[in-house]
Design a binder for this molecule. Structure first.
Ligand code: CU
Length: 228
């Protein structure tokens, strides 16, 4: 190996490799820090909490602009890329989901049924229903599930041929969307309740379960229930 004949050359090569490795490590660490998800606090609200969220086909910014995601509107009215929502205990939460993604069939039709809401129903564009047939119409784009609260709400998708889809979040209601509303009651005690989407919507990942499906801030998060 003529290239590493001289000790100085060899030393420089080792330094260069070490430098690249250190760079890769720092890039990974800062990438992780950048992606930390903020908590959006709704616990100071008096009376029922009106929670407005949206599901989008592509976030459009940050390290993963192509990923599907949830966003939430903070109490000041700004859309925030967060799935960690702090809620008061023992309180009615009125949820409005603006759903901007296209839908499809479910791998398990069980997730088409609505459970855990106040009347075991949800309204899709104003029409109350207890079940969304995944093989009818546009199918289901995402679900909102809080397993510990028995909550399952399928989110009816927009047409894959929609003429005015939203391409980057936060989406405006002038883009094609469905509005899904439902209410639930938070438990009387404090606790962290994990929630997630049960549709394997991480396209281009193995079985759809990677990427945004495995990342807090995209298709899963926490309800941080705190004493009111
Ligand atoms: Cu999803």
């Amino acid at each position: 190996m003529k290239m590493f004949e001289k000790p100085l050359t060899r030393g420089l090569a080792v330094l260069a490799v070490a430098g690249v490795l250190a760079g890769v490590c720092l890039w990974g660490i800062f990438g992780f820090l950048r992606s930390s998800v903020p908590t959006v606090d709704f616990s100071k609200t008096a009376g029922p909490v009106n929670l407005r969220v949206q599901t989008v086909a592509a976030l459009g910014f940050g390290p993963h602009p192509t990923w599907v995601s949830y966003l939430v509107k903070d109490p000041a009215g700004a859309w925030v890329h967060s799935t960690i929502w702090q809620l008061p205990a023992d309180r009615q939460i009125n949820v409005t989901v603006e759903e901007y993604d296209s839908g499809g069939a479910l791998r398990n039709n069980l997730w088409g049924g609505i459970t855990g809401t106040l009347d075991s129903q949800a309204a899709i564009n104003g029409q109350s229903t207890a079940v969304v047939d995944p093989s009818a119409g546009n199918g289901i784009a995402h679900t909102f599930n809080v397993p510990d609260l028995g909550l399952n709400v399928p989110l009816y998708g927009i047409s894959s041929k929609a003429k005015n889809p939203c391409s980057a979040a936060p989406c405006s209601t002038s883009s094609d969307h469905n509005t899904i509303t439902f209410s639930f009651h938070t438990p009387p005690g404090a606790g962290n309740y994990r929630w997630q989407c049960f549709i394997p919507c991480g396209l281009s990942y193995l079985y759809g379960n990677g990427g945004p499906m495995g990342a807090i801030g995209f298709m899963s998060g926490f309800l941080k229930v705190v004493p009111a």
